[in-house]
Design a protein around this ligand. Structure first.
Ligand code: ATP
Ligand code: MG
Length: 413
């Protein structure tokens, strides 16, 4: 079924308001396997709506038109609809009564201008609006079903869930079920992941993979469709096992949890505590951790030791270490991690020190970060040369640190 959306509103085409309505509709429809073929933005004027509607009616089997159902002069959608479908507008007595009732609730007289919201094309079927004055309506010809709905996002969403989407699901005769899961990955590029999974399509033709990059995390959505839910679920779990084998090392979450939340669960399950020493990230790791409710159960403290003097005074890093190797070095990172672990009594001490940029030196290029994790069992050091500007380097560093704690926890289960 070809579905199109027409979003009306001069503020949309002017770039003053972003068309979130169409995205919301497309997402809701997608849950039922319904795809939107085209989204058109038009301004308020009636001719523009007529033009877009005429075109879409000729192409699509279903259209959702949003906006322009209000009471003001520039709300022209009902007039355009009446013209395109060749029907007169008729006042609906039930809608007049409803408007009068609504205004009584607001303790106001109904303005005369609102009467227009009770006008509908002759053969329209009215769609309830549980959230506002603008009721929607449907119109149909031999080939196309058009659904008209208000533009206010909250009203539209309520109407979409209650009426618009169910109407289209029924029209499409959908009996298909969907099983899906979204994996969150860190540490590999989108093209790298796609490369590792290049045989996937051949192996699992009935399962769909969709990548979505949300820096620095890449989401992979796996979707299996089948008339039988049990078959969709079986196909999904087989595909899932294949992904685990190929790229499992990069997957940190499959239920939407952030890396910091995953780390928190792992730490608490082990009754472990964490302390941080952050230089180039300036507290970003601590901020991500304390964003999660309940973080006090495992997180003790963070020392933001930016200067060499602070690294020495607060963490006990030896002056000579920094003279010999520099503040951004394996040796300093390890002493920082040990220092914060011993000072705090935490099970894990984690330290990062790096060159966030853009300033750099030949020996210490921008993006170079040394990180260390200290545990009573010993120390782990790793270094990265992260690409990108200052912000990206810092975000990548914070994720890399959290991911290393995650892996360390998993190894020590
Ligand atoms: P109604 O049909 O309910 O009267 P309308 O579109 O005529 O809606 P507007 O005043 O144009 O009423 O829009 C109401 C609010 O909804 C405005 O803040 C507008 O920016 C917003 N809006 C309209 N269309 C969209 C859209 N496609 N995406 C996001 N916001 C939208
Ligand atoms: Mg409008």
């Amino acid at each position: 079924m070809r579905i199109e959306i027409i979003a009306t509103g001069s503020e949309l085409v002017a770039g003053k308001t972003i068309d979130t309505n169409s995205a919301m509709l497309a997402r809701l429809l997608g849950k039922f396997g319904l795809e939107v073929a085209k989204i058109t933005l038009v301004g308020d004027p009636e001719e523009q709506i007529i033009l877009a509607l005429n075109e879409a009616v000729g192409r699509a089997e279903a259209i959702i038109i949003t906006g322009g159902l209000g009471p003001t002069q520039d709300d022209r959608t009902r007039f355009a609809a009446a013209k395109v479908f060749g029907q007169p507008l008729i006042e609906d007595p039930g809608s007049i009564d409803r408007l009068v009732e609504l205004f009584k609730l607001f303790r106001r007289e109904m303005p005369e201008s609102n009467r227009v919201q009770a006008l509908f094309p002759e053969n329209a079927m009215i769609i309830e609006n549980p959230m506002g004055t603008a009721r929607g309506f449907t119109l149909e010809n031999q080939t196309c079903l058009a659904l008209f709905a208000p533009g206010v996002p909250s009203e539209l969403e309520a109407m979409a869930e209650a009426s618009l989407v169910p109407m289209l699901v029924e029209k499409a005769g959908i009996t298909e079920t969907i099983a899906s899961v979204t994996l969150l990955t860190f540490g590999h590029t989108e093209s790298g992941l796609a490369d590792d999974l290049k045989d996937f399509e051949k192996k699992y033709p009935k399962v769909e993979l969709a990548y979505s990059a949300k820096f620095p995390v890449i989401e992979i959505r796996i979707t299996a469709r089948d008339p039988e839910l049990s078959v969709a679920e079986k196909n999904l779990s087989q595909a899932r096992a294949y992904l685990d084998e190929k790229i499992g090392g990069y997957v940190f979450s499959q239920d939407g949890k952030t890396l910091a939340a995953v780390v928190q669960d792992l730490m608490i399950a082990r009754h472990w505590t964490l302390a941080l020493a952050e230089s180039c990230t300036g507290g970003m790791i601590a901020s991500a951790i304390t964003d999660i409710p309940g973080s006090s159960e495992h997180f003790i403290e963070c020392a933001v030791t930016y200067s060499n003097d602070a690294k020495e005074r607060r963490l006990g890093v030896k002056k000579q270490t920094m003279i010999d190797h520099g503040a951004v070095s394996k040796e300093t990172a390890i002493e920082m991690a040990i220092g914060i672990r011993e000072a705090s009594g935490a099970d894990i001490g984690l330290a990062v020190t790096g060159v966030a940029g853009p300033g750099e030196s030949e020996a210490k290029p921008a993006g170079l970060v040394h990180m260390a994790l200290s545990h009573r069992a010993g120390q782990i050091h790793w270094e990265n040369r992260f690409p990108g500007d200052r912000r990206r380097v810092r975000v990548l560093t914070a994720h890399s640190a959290l991911n290393r704690i995650r892996k360390f926890c998993l190894k020590s289960s």
